[in-house]
Write a new protein. Sequence first.
Length: 309
Amino acid sequence: MNKVCVLGSINMDLVVKVNEIPRIGETILSKSFEKIAGGKGANQAIAARRCGAEVSMIAKIGKDENGKILKSKLEEDKISTECVFEDEKEATGMAFIMVNESGNNSIVVVSGSNMAINEEEIDTSIQKIKEADIVIAQFETAEEMTLKVFKKAKELGKVTILNPAPAKKINDELLKVTDIIVPNETEAEVLTGVTVNNLDEANEAGKVFLEKGVKFVVITLGSKGAAVIGKDFCEIVPAYKVNAIDTTAAGDSFIGGVSSKLDFKNINKENLIDTVSFGNKVSSIAVQRKGAQPSIPYLKEVKEVYGDY
């Protein structure tokens, strides 16, 4: 069983169903509204846990009802919340999500307490990093804290996975302590300047990360699958064809699935491709369901659909 520590966001998602995402200045009517547990960090932690990993979170919530609800959701999935701290001033993070009829989404995140996690709290969390095999982070918490966590993780011989979302310029120092980076095609373009529509372009974008010290690159390509890139290889791992109704937690489900099955002691081309294929299976089930955390499947459900792997 892999042991995974996630530094990341915990958000309350306010989800609105629409026919189409509105243009600037356009007012539309919504079909429905739901309040659902989310946040990239929490989603990835729950996906890893439901796929069989032992999981702990380093995160921060506000002293409010949303924070209590979201922390209890993690505990329901038996995720360690010892290092989920409470902020005295900032409210728990929120995300406003519009989902259209095709299942595609548009998201605005209000970070709140997620960005308030500080060095003292990271120091308090060192034991969780020591206990982990794999450490995951995204960009819905402060990059300075991610760098501190990843540096400590590498000192302790842990595998680090960075999901650079929302995409922004990355400190090269952080890339040097990142083993696997997992952007989608849009994030890869923002970060490398390379438009990614096919495998050759994915390889070109991947090389930008490799040259900065990242060991492996996995670029998710939606319905096309994922490109897996290393120093001497670049391969596409096809997606599973399904009828997507909501892609909100697709990438998070994928990353959680990957972290639960990754052979962290010996990452190479073959086992990375196998692991990414498993991640594709997990996300293919998630996109057929509504919401973030409610859509994330359990390992037994993945086995029921795809058999043993």
